[in-house]
Design a binder for this molecule. Structure first.
Ligand SMILES: Cc1cc2nc3c(=O)[nH]c(=O)nc-3n(C[C@H](O)[C@H](O)[C@H](O)COP(=O)(O)OP(=O)(O)OC[C@H]3O[C@@H](n4cnc5c(N)ncnc54)[C@H](O)[C@@H]3O)c2cc1C
Length: 383
């Protein structure tokens, strides 16, 4: 039986539209279908990238949640970089949605230049003591743990003195304060560490070599953000923005016959299709992990989200100003939300400008920008 037939048969038996996604994920994790490319020891089926893609297509066709080996950033980082013990502690909970995590990277003085983080981790026997501050930490309040990048050595240049950890969030030395975003949501936070602790067993990779793990993780993040237009309400079906629902929107507002609007809807559809095909091409060429390819996808998605939001507003016209927060939300509210939320993917996970730098350097081979602080001990860098 081909993989397609096998997965179809399994789905026919186990998935009905409207089923509880959590209960379904439990079954899918235990049979290996949710993370098909992972090893059979760790919730996968050990399938090739091509076969895993086929599995993903079949899940998508019936509307079942799937492909968490590719799309679940936290699970993927722990699968790739974690010890057996970390995998045992976290992977199943993450895949079944019983555990939530957060990314403790950005700081007030270190966003695009993450090698400049100042939060410190100092070793004390089998533990590390953590002090400092992070910012823009999505979901920190709900998170059971965070992927933390901390400075462990200030006597070497900035990229070489960082260590990557999985730190439990629910402990006395960690204070989380919500930040309200321009959309009115507050999904990100400031996080303060005062003598918080993390076991050495929770280290991802070698001491002072955290930059390499972090680069791998950031690449996955770009891939995840590039593959879909996520936003803080991205899973609310009332807010999902597809080209098809733009057609419906234009019909509702009597703008479908407007050739300028119709052309822009067609352009949006073409851009989305190009982004999807580009990602599929890179995957087929075995370049799914290529940093430049991931940056291209992320940059395109950011552009599509901004353009789609503008198109929504133009379809609605002046009525977009009547945003009176109804339930279900009016077209105006959805358009306004998407307009403000589009900045999520053009800043979060690395800004558009930084993606362009990556493309210039790694895809076009242009000269790397100068960084005078790159080769001097971090302790001596002007802060
Ligand atoms: C919705 C959202 C969610 C987020 N969630 C998280 C999270 O969960 N965890 C986390 O750690 N962080 C998170 N972030 C933070 C995000 O990763 C940073 O905001 C981002 O990396 C930019 O860093 P910065 O804000 O310090 O801006 P800066 O680095 O100060 O940049 C300011 C401006 O200068 C430009 N710039 C900087 N350096 C260069 C350069 N070399 N070349 C060209 N232009 C440059 C930038 O593109 C930007 O326009 C989130 C951000 C957003 C918006």
């Amino acid at each position: 039986m081909s993989i397609r037939d096998e997965v179809r048969a399994w789905l026919a038996e186990n998935w009905r539209p409207g089923d509880d996604p959590r209960a379904f994920r439990e079954k899918a994790v235990d049979t290996g279908w949710l993370a098909p490319s992972w090893s059979t020891d760790w919730f996968g089926k050990g399938l090739s990238a091509h076969d895993a893609e086929v599995v993903g297509e079949e899940f998508q066709r019936v509307g079942a949640p799937g492909r968490l080996d590719r799309d679940h950033l936290h699970a993927r980082v722990i699968y790739e970089l974690g010890t057996e013990e970390l995998k045992r502690s976290y992977l199943r909970g993450l895949l079944t949605d019983q555990l939530e995590g957060c990314l403790l990277y950005s700081e007030p003085g270190a966003g695009s230049d993450l090698a400049s983080v100042r939060t410190t981790a100092v070793r004390e026997g089998d533990q590390w003591r953590v002090n400092g501050q992070k910012v823009w930490t999505s979901h920190a309040r709900e998170a059971a743990y965070g992927l933390l990048i901390a400075r462990t050595n200030a006597d070497v240049p900035k990229h070489r003195g960082l260590t990557y950890f999985v730190i439990p969030m629910k402990q006395p030395g960690i204070e989380v304060r919500p930040l309200t975003q321009i959309t009115g949501d507050a999904h990100f936070n400031e996080v303060f560490f005062t003598d918080a602790v993390v076991d050495d067993a929770n280290r991802l990779g070698d001491v002072d070599a955290g930059w390499f793990g972090l680069m791998t993780a950031l690449g996955y993040e770009r891939l995840v953000l590039g593959a879909r237009g996520v936003g803080s309400r991205a899973y609310d079906p009332r807010y999902i923005g597809t080209a098809d629902d733009l057609i419906e929107l234009a019909r509702r507002h009597d703008r479908l016959e407007d050739t300028a609007i119709a052309e822009r809807i067609a352009d949006t559809y073409a851009e989305r299709t190009a982004a999807r095909l580009n990602a599929a091409r890179y995957a087929a060429e075995g370049r799914g992990h290529d940093a430049a390819a991931m940056s291209l996808g992320k940059l395109m998605m950011s552009r599509i989200l901004h353009r789609t939001a503008r198109l929504r507003r133009d379809i609605i016209g002046a009525d977009v100003l009547y945003d009176d927060r109804t339930d279900p939300p009016s077209d105006a509210e959805v358009a306004n939300f998407f307009t403000l939320d589009a900045y999520f993917t053009s800043i979060g996970g690395g800004t558009d400008q930084v993606q362009r730098n990556i493309l210039a350097e790694r895809m076009l081979g242009l000269r790397k920008e100068a960084d005078p602080s790159k080769d001097i001990p971090f302790r001596e860098v002007r802060k």
